[in-house]
Write a protein that binds this ligand. Structure first.
Ligand code: COA
Length: 330
């Protein structure tokens, strides 16, 4: 589904956090039958950050919010809704969002977690824009945070080389004069859910018996094939909704799952790889957190400037995807 958004909101600040501990490809060579060369060649990943035993998703989420407050001089006490995108909450319940509310003493805020896997940041941003533009909220804190290392099987070389831990936080505030959300495109292929999952209460999906004992299970080939066809088509739709073309996009920020996949998406969509930002090289695939981490790196490196048009594109387990065209106006 594509839509031109009648937005009354924009993103006004960003912060991030990654754990200190580094797990390199050379470390992984000692754990499973793999090589730095294979991992870099197939995925573009060199290192990933791993949370300590006693460090959980809410800890990274809170640190990302603190980073945002410090970097942009914002307050969060007057936030009226907290949306957290995560697939790895500290507990099935209560939500990570409620932990953030408690930590910052945000008196009036509603708080909930959103699960749209690696597309979760884009989905949560879309919801924040919708809530504000409908006049239901004024200031929404959106956080994407993951500790995937806690659900990764470090004996499975097909998955353990991919994932890492991290968090990003943004504020979305009401601004009728300078709205920043231009268009959105969302889609789902639920029958592909079997290609990327973790077991929970159930060990079945349809007729299929699931593997994995709560760790990530993936058919990488199938996810790859789906992403490199679905995302280029979605990119075209989202810019078309805004009455623009891909030539109007300053920076494309796709979910950083795999550099080869991003190269293929750029090739198929005709979008220049040089105008693409990603975060997997030193952080791995951090699911919902890859897009805010990549945006933050782009700002740090002086690439992303106020007024730039960004095409954010999340995709992952579900299978779900979401593209958002936004203006960066902090
Ligand atoms: N090190 C060395 N060899 C490995 C390996 C590793 N870490 N992982 C798999 N291999 C081997 C396989 O066993 C297979 O060997 P075989 O030919 O002897 O059977 C061979 O490499 C090719 O495996 P395959 O799974 O076909 O590799 P691939 O080219 O598809 O790359 C991924 C694997 C996971 C990197 C790739 O499929 C991918 O990135 N998919 C998308 C995953 C993703 O992004 N998921 C998140 C989306 S949100």
């Amino acid at each position: 589904m594509s839509m031109k958004t009648a937005s009354k909101a924009r993103i006004t600040a960003i912060g991030t956090c990654v754990p200190a501990r580094v797990l390199t490809n050379f470390d992984l060579e000692k754990m499973v039958d793999t090589s730095d060369e294979w991992i870099v060649q197939r995925t573009g990943i060199r290192e990933r950050r791993i949370a300590d035993e006693n460090q959980f998703t809410s800890d990274l989420a809170i640190a990302a919010v603190e980073d945002m407050i410090k970097a942009y001089g914002k307050t969060v006490e007057d936030v009226d809704l907290i949306l957290v995108s995560t697939t790895t909450p500290d507990y099935p319940f209560p939500s990570v969002a409620s932990r953030i509310q408690a930590r910052f003493g945000i008196g009036q805020a509603g708080a909930l977690d959103v699960n749209a896997t690696c597309a979760g940041f884009a989905y949560a941003l879309h919801l924040a824009n919708g809530m504000i533009s409908a006049g239901l909220h004024r200031k929404v804190l959106v956080v994407a945070a993951e500790t995937l290392s806690k659900v990764t099987d470090y004996t499975d070389r097909t998955t353990c080389i991919l994932f890492g831990d991290g968090a990003g936080a943004v504020l979305v505030e009401r601004d009728e004069q300078h709205p920043g959300f231009l268009a959105a495109h969302l889609g789902t292929k639920g029958e592909g859910g079997i290609h990327l999952y973790r077991t929970g209460l159930s060990r079945r999906m349809g007729e299929a018996e699931l593997a994995g004992n709560g760790c990530i299970v993936q058919n990488g080939r199938e996810v790859y094939k789906w992403a490199v066809t679905t995302v280029p088509a979605g990119m075209a739709k989202v810019v078309e909704q805004a009455g623009l073309t891909l030539g109007d996009v300053d920076w494309f920020i796709p979910h950083s799952a795999n550099l080869r996949m991003i190269e293929s998406i750029c090739e198929k969509s005709g979008f220049p790889l040089e105008k693409t930002l990603y975060s997997m090289e030193y952080y791995g695939n951090t699911s919902a957190a890859t897009i805010p981490l990549a945006l933050s790196l782009g700002i740090r490196d002086g690439k992303v400037k106020p007024g730039d048009t960004l095409l954010l594109y999340g995709f992952g387990g579900g299978l779900v995807h979401a593209g958002l065209l936004v203006t960066w106006m902090p």
